[in-house]
Every structure is written in structure tokens, then in C-alpha cells.
Design a binder for this molecule. Structure first.
Ligand code: 9D3
Length: 243
């Protein structure tokens, strides 16, 4: 199945370079992803008429509803999902990325600082935020969504990594990694990684992934997919860490 992502924005150029690299490029080259950049100004009677002053007063401009509706109508197919990137949205996460990767069309509307006319909400299926900080607009958030969703499409990832082995797919953090040199600034690579004992290495990696998660993101462990072995490893870690 192929995914079409349509981006409605006043800054289409913002996306041009980032969509030419990595998994996004691979998914596009594999034909499983098509990205269309729609310049909102082209859907206004004149380019200057994309935004206007807020009724009731206040500083800043608000994106007008008609150009947004026209842009949606120009691309929306039956079953297409309209997503507004906004600070009021539900926080984007891996589960939502997986859900969006199953769609056939996602229309991303990028708001700007101050906002969009509330009446476009009638055409919006989902409102997404990427976290609790203030951005200047929805464009960087839309790129985050495009990245997270694209890498889940078949053919987006090289053979080296795969979406299923991403430890975050299991709900925990990844283990630490090391590369050459074997000694850097007096610090050695853990002996187990040089042992060639793959069973021991896998057990160590899982354990260190769990240790990191317990130390840095204990909240993740509540929802993580852990088996009996993981729970045993966690008990070992808690003893070692004096917890
Ligand atoms: C004066 C405007 N702000 C009042 C505190 C509200 C506001 C509106 C629009 C703040 C930022 C923005 C622009 N941000 C987005 O469009 C946005 C966003 C974000 O700011 N943080 C996290 N996720 C997202 S998704 C879209």
C-alpha cells in the first residue's frame, strides 16, 4: 500500500531539502510514499490574502479559512485523514506514527504563530502537537510526523536497521553502543562486546537497555512489552543499583 502525504503550508520550501534524505527518500524512491507540497498562498485570491487580523483585536495574524478549505479540497480523496499541527493537539508518539503509517492519505495542515481560524476544525480529523514547547509554526512539527511515519513504510529502512528491532517499538530505550577505537581517552569498550558470544551480547544489550530505561525514563516501563526474562533482568539491575 502507498501513502500520500499532502502538506499545506505557507513555506513549502521548508520541506524541500529534508525530504531528500534517509528513510523519507528511500520510501519515496521505493514508490510507497508520495509527498505533495501545497503552497497555501496559491489557494488565496491573491498571495497576500492568506491571513488577516483577529476579530476582537490582538496582535498577529490568523490564517484565513477559505484558502485552507480550498487546498484540502484540491487533494482530499475518500478516506483521507486531515491532520492539523497545533499546540492544542494530542501529543504525537510512536503509536500514532504506526496508525498514520496505515493510512492511504494524510493531509498535514501547518498553522503559524497566533493560529488558524477555528472554523477549519470542521474539516480536521486529528489535531497533533509534538510536545510542550512553543514553535513558530506547524512546519517543523509536520516534518517530525513525516519522518516518524515514513520510516515505518516498507522499503524505507536499509537492511541494517528495521522498524521492529528499534527498541522504542518495544517501549524501552536502546542499549549503549561503542565503535573503534577499543580504548578512547582511557575508556574501554565493555569486554562482553568483544567476546564474540552472541547470546551473552544479546542478554547484556537487553539488560543495559532496561537499566537505561529504569534510570532515565522509568515512566516507559509501565507500558513496555516486557517478558519474564526482562522482569528477572530488572530485578538484577535493581539489586546492582541499590534500588
Ligand atoms: C500567541 C500564540 N500562542 C499563545 C501562547 C499559541 C501558539 C499558537 C501557535 C503557539 C505556537 C504556535 C505555533 N506552533 C504550532 O503551530 C505547533 C506546535 C507547537 O508550537 N508546539 C508543539 N507542537 C506543535 S504542532 C504545531
Amino acid at each position: 500500500m502507498k501513502l500520500e502525504i499532502d502538506v499545506i503550508t505557507i513555506f513549502p520550501e521548508f520541506f524541500e531539502k529534508p525530504i531528500q534524505f534517509g528513510p523519507i527518500k528511500r520510501a519515496r524512491d521505493a514508490g510507497v510514499l508520495e509527498i505533495k507540497l501545497l503552497n497555501l498562498r496559491e489557494f488565496a485570491p491573491t498571495p497576500k490574502e492568506v491571513d488577516d487580523y483577529p476579530f476582537g483585536g490582538g496582535s498577529g495574524m490568523i490564517l484565513k479559512p477559505e484558502p485552507i478549505k480550498k487546498a484540502i479540497d484540491s487533494v482530499k480523496k475518500e478516506g483521507g485523514t486531515v491532520v492539523l499541527l497545533s499546540p492544542q493537539g494530542v501529543t504525537f508518539n510512536q503509536k500514532l506514527a504506526r496508525r498514520l503509517a496505515e493510512e492511504s492519505q494524510i493531509i498535514l495542515i501547518c498553522g503559524r504563530y497566533k493560529g488558524v481560524d477555528e472554523r477549519i476544525m470542521k474539516y480536521v480529523d486529528m489535531e497533533l502537537s509534538i510536545g510542550d514547547y512553543v514553535l513558530s509554526g506547524g512546519e517543523s512539527a509536520a516534518l517530525v510526523v513525516i519522518d516518524a511515519v515514513s520510516r515505518l513504510l516498507p522499503g524505507a529502512l536499509g537492511s541494517e536497521d528495521s522498524a521492529e528491532t528499534d527498541s522504542f517499538e518495544w517501549g524501552i530505550l536502546d542499549a549503549p553502543y561503542y565503535t573503534r577505537p577499543r580504548v578512547f581517552d582511557g575508556m574501554e569498550v565493555p569486554e562482553v562486546l568483544l567476546s564474540g558470544d552472541h547470546a551473552r551480547i544479546e542478554r547484556w544489550r537487553r539488560k543495559e537497555a532496561l537499566r537505561r530505561t529504569l534510570k532515565k525514563r522509568p515512566d516507559l516501563l509501565d507500558k513496555a512489552l516486557l517478558d519474564k526474562k526482562d522482569l528477572e533482568l530488572l530485578e538484577e539491575i535493581k539489586k546492582e543499583e541499590g534500588l
